[in-house]
Design a protein around this ligand. Structure first.
Ligand SMILES: [Zn+2]
Length: 55
């Protein structure tokens, strides 16, 4: 893969970035344990979200 996502970047992704990093996004969201209370995005690690809440 040419580039990788940075910490907290899941919340900041736009459509273009989502399609570009889709495989990586799928990998960190399929076993989601946290949801961002600000952006409603989810991931398996706090580091991807700006306001992570455990679910
Ligand atoms: Zn967020």
């Amino acid at each position: 893969m040419a580039s990788t996502l940075k910490a907290k970047s899941l919340c900041k992704l736009n459509k273009e970035m989502i399609s570009k990093h889709f495989d990586e996004i799928a990998a960190v969201t399929k076993n989601s344990q946290y949801v961002c209370s600000k952006c409603a995005r989810s991931s398996d690690g706090k580091k991807w979200l700006c306001k992570p809440v455990s679910i």
